[in-house]
Design a protein around this ligand. Structure first.
Ligand code: NOJ
Length: 532
């Protein structure tokens, strides 16, 4: 049960803003910080507790801002530090907390440190901030090991030395323009403590930590030798994911954040196969929370949802951390499409049901911009507009993540759907989004937006929701039913048949993902909330 003195992040609903695609104030077709500021009243009406902003720092945008050239400023495309300060002031006035994204595994190749490293000789302190190594083979022509980039291709790039000859190689677990930092170097550690303080001093309420499981590397840098899958999911013993040394980094960060008043929070992006290993990042002197990608990956059926829920609660509660829930973000296929494929009506039904399930679970929840409108993944972007390095580095074999990053439709009946004052958007919007604009949905009591707003309002006023525990109730195959105290029950029908509410569950209908549901009968793919 939620207690009034529990930190806000144990039960918060946090809305992810992907700045390029949220709202464009200056008309260049790319979202920006003044755009975010202008839409804060919208987020307030929706009822979110906090926003998490994906990177908005100066960056050549080789990975949409996850390639940071300067950790202490705002990318000119997105605005200025003064715009950021004005935005956070307004957010706080509306009671919305602000979490910013920190990208510590790698910098941009345009970061002043990397430029200095390229200009300096092998063995220099400038190179020691990154992972430069000599190549293998007689002329050092072969990369130092067989590690692969998450974005496709090898993870090493060879540089040209000052004399004009090919020389050392540097590690980039992502794009070539994202060189990995060496987290054994005290200068790197000190720099990030200082960056944390820079944003904490500006009033941020927390940090989302990019690739939080990737910072420490096995110093021997052994070959993978085909022992691990190349999908970024770390298995125990992996030489560049989830190395034990990473925990000391977060212990240091925790000491920094704990100096600041007001329940500031870390949320780690920790993609690991084992829930137990994720929970280790949440020990009391490390991160407060981490994303729970197991729930996001669960199929739409009662069995896999329940086992992911049970497993997440069991492991997190073991270390005293709340569970976080998430269904979509800027790296995965939007959940309407994940659950329904081409069948948008089916995907939308399931997505609405999944959302009500998620928002009834104990812990905090993350929403990804546009899911409150029921947006689909845009699958038919042409190759010439795609910008994700995943698409570019795999020669188009993998479509990449542009499809979930299309600029939001705000209003009107044709692109750019009120995204900004200019005619363009950096990725084209589908015409059928005309019925999914924020303007249209706010005016429609039956819209997905209205469902989200009602669910968030209920979470705010119902003490049973948010942090705490759940108790499973008996339910037929394909259904889930659980109780939250005091007096709240959630029932989910994941099947394609109409089904009765399980015997013994009697309550008043508070909210339903399908308007034809009642307190006793659930249509296919439906979730209901009852007060009992
Ligand atoms: C995870 C981020 O969510 C993703 O968008 C980015 O490409 C990689 N980390 C590399 O920073």
């Amino acid at each position: 049960m939620t207690t009034t003195d529990a930190p806000w992040w144990r039960s918060a609903v946090i809305y992810q803003v992907y700045p390029r695609s949220f709202a464009d104030a200056d008309g260049n077709g790319i979202g920006d910080v003044p755009g975010i500021r202008a839409k804060l009243p919208y987020l307030h009406r929706l009822g979110v507790d906090a926003v998490w902003l994906s990177p908005f720092y100066p960056s050549p945008q080789a990975d949409a801002g996850y390639d940071v050239a300067d950790y202490r400023d705002v990318e000119p495309l997105f605005g200025t530090l003064a715009d950021f300060d004005a935005m956070i002031t307004d957010a706080h006035e509306l009671g919305i907390r602000v979490i910013v994204d920190l990208v510590p595994n790698h910098t941009s190749d345009e970061h002043v440190w990397f430029r200095a490293a390229l200009a300096a000789p092998p063995g220099s302190p400038e190179r020691a901030r990154y992972l430069f190594r000599d190549g293998r083979g007689p002329d050092g022509n072969e990369p130092p090991n067989d590690w692969q980039s998450v974005f496709g291709g090898g993870a090493w790039e060879r540089v040209i030395e000052a004399e004009g000859q090919p020389g050392q190689w540097y590690l980039h677990l992502f794009d070539t323009r994202q060189p990995d930092l060496d987290w054994t170097n005290p200068e790197v550690i000190g720099e990030f403590h200082s960056v944390l303080r820079f944003w904490l001093d500006r009033g941020v309420d927390g940090f989302r930590i990019d690739v939080a499981h990737g910072l420490a590397k096995d110093p021997e840098m052994p070959d993978l030798d085909g022992r691990f899958p190349a999908d970024g999911q770390a298995k125990l013993g992996h030489p560049h994911w989830d190395q034990d040394a990473v925990h000391d980094v977060y212990r240091g960060w925790r000491r920094v954040i704990d100096e600041y008043p007001g329940d500031r929070v870390f949320v780690g992006e920790v993609w690991l196969e084992s829930n137990e290993r994720v929970a280790e990042y949440l020990r009391p002197d490390e991160l407060h929370t981490a994303f729970n990608f197991h729930f996001l990956r669960a199929d739409w059926n009662a069995e896999s949802l329940r086992s992911s829920i049970d497993e997440s609660i069991r492991t997190n509660h073991h270390v005293g951390a709340p569970v976080t829930w998430v269904l979509s973000n800027h790296d995965v296929i939007r959940h309407v499409t994940r659950y329904g494929g081409d069948d948008v009506a089916l995907g939308t039904r399931r997505a609405r049901a999944a959302t009500l399930l998620m928002l009834a679970l104990p812990g905090s929840a993350y929403l990804y911009q546009g899911e409150e409108l029921g947006l689909t993944e845009v699958l038919d972007l042409s190759a010439d507009v795609r910008q994700d390095p995943v698409f570019l580095r795999t020669g188009g074999k993998e479509l990449g993540r542009d499809g979930c990053r299309v600029p939001l439709p705000w209003s009107g009946s044709a692109p750019p759907f009120g995204f900004g004052p200019g005619p363009d958007t950096w990725l084209p919007q589908p015409l059928f989004w005309a019925s999914l604009t924020a303007e249209a949905e706010e005016a429609d009591a039956g819209s997905t937006w209205s469902l989200y707003r009602a669910a968030l309002a209920e979470r705010r006023q119902n003490a049973a929701l948010g942090d705490g525990t759940l108790e499973w109730l008996d339910a037929a195959a394909g259904m889930l039913a659980f109780q939250r105290e005091p007096g709240f029950v959630c029932v989910v029908n994941t099947t394609s048949e109409t089904a009765p509410v399980p015997a013994g569950i009697v309550g008043e209908l508070v909210l339903a993902s399908d308007p034809t549901a009642t307190a006793t009968v659930l249509p296919p793919d439906t979730t209901i909330w009852l007060t009992t």
